[in-house]
Design a protein around this ligand. Structure first.
Ligand SMILES: Nc1ncnc2c1ncn2[C@@H]1O[C@H](COP(=O)(O)OP(=O)(O)OP(=O)(O)O)[C@@H](O)[C@H]1O
Ligand SMILES: [Mg+2]
Length: 494
């Protein structure tokens, strides 16, 4: 090997890491990760406001707190903090990068069983020089008292942590519209946390609360976050599902649990079109892969690079649990809101089979089929007139067999009409009158009869609205009816 030198990272790296434009609810979720790792039973997301704007946000938990001797390490970017096997934290950056991507100042107050409340503060402007501020013991104790005096959902007795963001960039938008801003933002935070931590909320590992404080007192009713479980359908969309595909990924020891689900079609449940940050809610974002690490969602839907999302895949969702082994190839992003999916994983999916021999492809096909058939069942077709006389019996009965509701019974007759009309719609007598004058021509098929010109012409007139625009299930259903009736006329088979 040639010459090698040791390059120390420039302190500027820390500042660069905070330039991650992720939404506020994702950043809050990273602080909740830390509370869960600290064995907190309760977390409170608190918005602090005045008359005109939102001033700051606190994330308060009654976990084990940070020991004075570990506080500086906890504040350092990339420090390898000791972690338990079931922890969500792993990179040593979450607290700092999530906070300072949202706010210019991060204040952390903590109390562990051994000590007294202490505090540290990172300012964005000091990241370049790595200067961390110490907050006074008195200030720290005051912040703890303020939480305990405000009639809060979380009481901090022997230990706990309060993370506070000041100068939050997004809060500038709340100026003079605090109420509507908070309503929107709190709804986004509530739903995002409900989704990301749904398993831990359902298992009562953690309770997450939200409130607003003004002049030191809670205003309005505090909220408790409910779970949004992407697999909470009432009845499976297909018998035999969910099915475990147990993936064999190259380079990973043991199988990775991957459970394929098929949602029932056309449900009105909130979890079918999961509400997302910004108020979006659709089946495109809700289909696909849900990847968990220690019961925390690190990929909340979508197919990543596995396949292109399409409406027809709306019912297909897969629940995947990452093991430490699997994380050799499936890399969780440091902001915990995405997973890098390597080609070995895609290969494992494509070749996966459940115990009963069902393949990955068969799962996706079945989910598609159920979606499609349910789609056509929902279509309301217009009434179709029924011929009473004037057509052969088989054709008459073919009209009677279609799904469209029965329209008026019609007599089709020949009659005397002026030369400028081929037909007349006689609404009063429920008749379709064809002009006698052209009977011979009509029977013969008109000009170009040998090439069925009259048939083609009528067909095109009938299908005037079927071209150009996107294929719709409704048009398709009407075409199917036309096919059936015409087949009866031509003596063809269905
Ligand atoms: N709410 C909290 N309660 C107790 N300790 C905390 C809390 N928040 C942070 N810490 C301590 O600070 C450390 C650093 O947190 P940070 O989120 O930056 O990194 P991490 O959780 O170790 O890893 P990751 O980058 O994956 O989140 C944690 O490991 C933990 O020891
Ligand atoms: Mg963390």
């Amino acid at each position: 090997m040639g010459k090698q030198i040791t390059l120390r990272p420039d302190p500027r790296v820390a500042e660069v890491l905070t330039r991650n434009p992720y939404p506020l609810p994702d950043a809050v979720a990273e602080l909740v990760d830390n509370s869960i790792d600290a064995n907190a039973k309760d977390v409170l997301i608190r918005f602090i406001r005045n008359e005109n704007k939102v001033l700051s946000i606190q994330i308060i938990d009654n976990g084990s707190g940070i020991k004075e001797s570990e506080f500086d390490n906890a504040m350092q970017f990339g420090y390898r903090n000791p972690h338990k096997l079931r922890d969500i934290g792993m990179y040593g950056v979450g607290l700092k990068t999530s906070s300072l991507s949202q706010a210019d100042e991060l204040l952390v107050y903590s109390l562990s069983k051994e000590g007294k409340p202490a505090g540290r503060k990172w300012s964005r402007k000091n990241l370049d020089t790595s200067k961390l501020d110490y907050l006074s013991a008195k200030d720290s104790a005051d912040v703890f008292s303020a939480v305990n005096n405000a009639n809060s959902a979380v009481v901090l007795q022997r230990s706990g942590t309060i993370v506070e963001w000041q100068k939050v960039h997004d809060f500038e938008r709340s100026l003079n519209s605090v109420d509507s801003y908070l309503k929107r933002e709190m709804r986004d935070v509530e739903r995002h946390l409900g989704l990301i931590f749904h398993r831990l909320i359902e298992k009562s590992v953690i309770n997450i609360h939200l409130d607003i404080i003004q002049d030191g007192q809670v205003v309005g009713a505090p909220l408790k976050v409910g779970p949004i479980n992407p697999f909470a359908y009432k009845k499976t969309g297909e018998r035999g599902y969910p099915k475990d595909f147990g993936l064999n990924i190259s380079g990973v020891n043991g199988r990775v649990k991957a459970v394929a689900h098929i949602w029932p079609p056309r449900t009105k449940q909130l979890e079918y079109k999961i509400p997302r940050v910004g108020g979006r809610s659709n089946t495109i974002d809700s289909q696909g892969l849900y990847i968990y690490y220690n019961d925390r969602l690190v990929m909340p839907g979508g197919w990543a690079n596995v396949r292109t999302p399409e409406a027809h895949f709306s019912l297909a969702r897969m629940e995947i649990d990452l093991t430490t082994e699997a994380m050799k190839v499936l890399v969780i992003g440091y902001s915990k809101n995405n997973v890098r999916i390597p080609s070995s994983f895609i290969e494992a999916l494509r070749t996966a089979k459940s115990v009963d021999g069902t393949t990955y492809a068969a799962w996706v096909d079945r989910a598609q089929e159920i979606f499609r058939t349910a789609d056509s069942a929902e279509i309301k077709l217009p009434a179709l007139p029924r011929p009473k006389t004037g057509l052969p019996a088989v054709v008459q009965s073919a009209f009677g067999q279609v799904e469209s509701p029965a329209g008026t019974s019609i007599n089709i007759v020949w009659g005397a009409l002026g030369q400028s009309s081929v037909f007349k719609v006689d609404r009063i007598n429920d008749r379709l009158v064809l002009n006698n004058r052209y009977k011979k021509e009509i029977i013969r098929g008109g000009i170009g009869a040998s090439d069925a010109s009259s048939f083609k012409t009528l067909l095109l007139l009938m299908l005037r609205g079927h071209f150009g625009s996107r294929e719709s299930a409704r048009l398709k259903a009407m075409e199917n009816e036309y096919q059936e009736i015409l087949l009866s006329l031509l003596g063809g088979k269905k």
